[in-house]
Design a protein around this ligand. Structure first.
Ligand code: GLA
Length: 387
């Protein structure tokens, strides 16, 4: 891939003098969904697919961007004087947002840049292609301008850009999983204080399979923000009767004891998901550490049911993929992953069952939904690097 992006850079920008090549992964969350903005736990991992980037510093303050994923848009020009979000800027709002965010944190980008990106994460799949772009651009700025920031800072700056430049009120999970990724490990992160440990994901005889629904996301972002505010309201209601900083502070028993403080049945279900999913994530990681993959899979399945029935972020596409997966012999666990409303599912499938899984789930999905799903057998990779 390094050769491909270098060659393309040369073709697009005339020469490749002074460039460096970077990579940042995509991510998949194994369990702990919609818990990261509720002070709960998440358990994502970085993938070996992600975003490749070639960059160099310019002598002026111009910014020139090119994406191999949106070739027909050609070179998109801007400058350091124009670090404001705009509709016309399209995908370049992500790199520009990161440059702006560095400035806000006290690291002014001093010179213009030429940047080419090429991602091999399926577009809009819910495997965090935007967070991957944010982290790869952060890694470029750190390298070229000597900014003293660690990988965790790259995650926080990326999230800051996403929240304040691109207007998506996301939690920290995606950027953290990408910036802090470790080969063959998932990250058990407590979003209340950002403490984390790595847990080896060694599943002898099984693999992680991602099924992409190919559903075009429409209302996704606004629904996401709606769920967030439902949880915030529920938290405020609970805080009248119990001293907590986030829904992640409650055990299941405490939630049942105090839930009548929440004055709306829908909000009770939303908060219930946040509390139970957090506890489920803690238990799932314990099961994985004890090598009890079957139990881990059961937790994944229960996570999906809760996201479907209580949090209501699945939809017929994701439900079909998961419910069909559950029917396949050799599937250890299956659930939607990421924000929901479209995007992907993640399944743990025994090696010998992968072909049958792809065939059976794929056929049933096409028959019911009317178009195909895509399947990827993935591996867990490292965080950002210079190639
Ligand atoms: C999106 C957000 C994350 C997280 C997940 C749901 O991926 O970017 O912060 O909230 O949804 O778990």
């Amino acid at each position: 891939m390094k050769d491909i992006v270098l060659k393309k850079f040369e073709e697009v920008f005339g020469d490749a003098e002074g460039v460096k090549v970077f990579f940042a992964p995509g991510r998949v969350n194994l369990i702990g969904e919609h818990t990261d903005y509720n002070g709960g736990h998440v358990f994502p991992c970085a993938l070996t697919i992600g975003t490749y980037g070639v960059a160099r510093v310019r002598e002026d303050r111009k910014l020139r961007f090119f994406s191999m994923n949106f070739e027909r848009l050609g070179i998109i020009e801007s400058s350091l004087e124009e670090l404001k979000p705009s509709k016309e800027a399209g995908w370049t709002n992500y790199p520009k947002g990161v440059m702006w965010a560095f400035g806000e944190k006290g690291y002014q980008v001093p010179a213009g840049m030429d940047i080419l990106l090429n991602g091999n994460i399926p577009n809009g799949s819910g495997l965090s292609s935007s967070a991957s772009v944010e982290v790869v651009v952060g890694a470029m700025l750190r390298e070229f301008f000597g900014f003293q920031v660690g990988n965790q800072d790259l995650a926080l700056i990326g999230q800051f850009a996403e929240n304040n430049f691109n207007g998506v009120n996301c939690g920290i999970m995606d950027q953290f999983a990408i910036a802090m990724g470790k080969k063959d490990h998932a990250i058990f992160l407590d979003t209340a204080d950002l403490s984390y440990t790595y847990a080896p994901v060694k599943m002898a005889g099984a693999k992680i399979v991602i099924a992409c629904s190919n559903k075009k996301r429409g209302l996704g972002d606004s629904k996401y923000n709606e769920r967030r505010s439902e949880c915030e309201t529920a938290l405020a209601e609970l805080q009248k009767v119990v001293e907590i900083g986030g829904l992640g502070d409650l055990s299941e028993e405490q939630f049942e004891e105090y839930k009548s403080a929440i004055k709306d049945p829908v909000r009770i279900r939303r908060a219930k998901h946040a509390v139970y999913e957090n506890q489920r994530t803690i238990k799932a990681v314990e099961a994985l550490k004890a090598n009890d993959i079957a139990q881990f899979g059961q937790m994944m399945n229960a996570s999906h049911v809760s996201l479907r029935d209580d949090y209501e972020v699945t939809g017929i596409e994701l439900d079909t993929l998961v419910e069909e997966a559950w029917k396949v012999e050799g599937v250890i666990g299956s659930r939607m992953t990421g924000a929901g409303f479209g995007g992907c599912t993640v399944s743990i499938v025994e090696d010998g069952a992968i072909d049958a899984f792809i065939k059976q789930v794929g056929e049933a999905y096409r028959a019911k939904i009317g178009y195909a799903a895509d399947f990827y057998v993935v591996e867990i990779g490292d965080g950002p690097c210079i190639l």
